[in-house]
Design a protein. Structure first.
Length: 196
């Protein structure tokens, strides 16, 4: 068995892995700020506070939701010392792949310091307060859905923060390979979906 197996490619049959065409899915600055204000209304809920910091890290570093929630205190401390955000599987990276994102702007430093202070004040190792990742994910999804239901003129989605980051980096002059590495993409063509 297995001797007669033939290797074939998707392209032989006209199949692709999906479209890598650019579609603007970036969250606008206005929608981003409106969502942060929406979370601020729930300031007594530590989960909403943690999510605020998570959203800021997503926008300023292009992190996935899971990474921004799972990011460890030690990772942030190291980034502030070295000016490089070094993410590992401990920080929830996809397929546990490590990657480095340069700390280049004051907004990035502010986001890191703010998240770190929140973690320290609440004795947290990550941005998952008193719950599991699954529970914080569920809360995040509920917040997104509630915001979208109450804002007919705006649509918020967490992955759009990564799109905003990628577009901003390309506009700043970063090449697509650099942005691809910062986003943690295996294949550079995936980045085409994120930025022109």
């Amino acid at each position: 068995m297995g001797k007669n197996l033939e290797s074939i490619s998707q392209s032989q049959f006209g199949l692709t892995r999906g479209s890598f065409q650019y579609v603007n899915r970036a969250v606008s600055e206005n929608t981003h700020n409106a969502f942060l204000s929406f979370l601020l209304e729930k300031r007594d809920d530590i989960r909403a506070q943690a999510l605020q910091h998570s959203v800021m890290l997503q926008r300023t570093f292009g992190l996935r939701l899971r990474e921004s929630l799972s990011i460890k205190r030690e990772t942030i401390e190291q980034a502030l010392r070295t000016n490089t955000l070094h993410l590992t599987g401990q920080d929830g990276t996809k397929n546990s792949r490590s990657r480095d994102i340069p700390v280049r702007t004051e907004k990035q430093i502010e986001a890191l310091k703010s998240a770190l202070n929140f973690q320290k004040e609440n004795n947290l190792r990550s941005l998952i307060p008193q719950e599991t990742l699954k529970q914080q994910y569920s809360f995040a999804k509920n917040m997104q859905d509630s915001f979208n239901k109450s804002n007919s003129d705006r649509y918020y989605h967490y992955h759009g923060e990564r799109h905003s980051y990628a577009q901003r980096r390309i506009e700043e002059g970063a090449d697509k390979l650099t942005v691809s590495c910062e986003l943690g993409h295996n294949r550079q063509e995936v980045t085409r979906v994120y930025a022109k």
